[in-house]
Design a protein around this ligand. Structure first.
Ligand SMILES: [Zn+2]
Length: 134
């Protein structure tokens, strides 16, 4: 996957859609989806979590949530708390990393962080499984 496609997979909330179970073609309960998700940013449909509650995201006023004067807003904090507790992943930390180091460095960091030791593919953040070699 090239850099542009990988950049496209970083959602406004800081989620790397390339590590999402939906992107690998499954639902949270483990059922196979009809179509794998192509990621929040590349889909025309509003983001599953924040976009529907946020006018700035809906109208493409901000690309990433850290660009917002309300960052981190209550909606993002609620989501962040859920992800930190359930999956050991802080979206706010991701966003702060991007803000500080830029998207290129973040992509590198993500690649190392979620890399499958066996095949080099990305591991799923939701169940820590590698769908590339499993
Ligand atoms: Zn693997």
């Amino acid at each position: 996957m090239d850099e542009n496609s990988r950049t496209q997979l970083i959602a406004p909330c800081g989620m790397n859609c390339g590590t999402c179970i939906a992107f690998f073609g499954f639902t949270m309960s483990g059922k196979k989806r009809k179509h794998p998700c192509t990621g929040c940013s590349s889909r025309e449909r509003p983001c599953a979590f924040i976009k529907k509650k946020c006018n700035k995201l809906r109208n493409n006023k901000v690309q990433y949530c850290f660009e917002c004067t309300d960052f981190p807003c209550e909606t993002l904090e609620t989501l962040d708390k859920r992800y930190t507790e359930k999956y050991g992943l802080s979206l706010v930390e991701n966003l702060e990393y991007i803000q500080k180091n830029g998207i290129k460095e973040f992509l590198k960091y993500e690649q190392e962080r979620w890399q499958c030791p066996i095949c080099g593919g990305l591991i799923c953040v939701h169940n820590k499984k590698c769908y590339t070699c499993n």
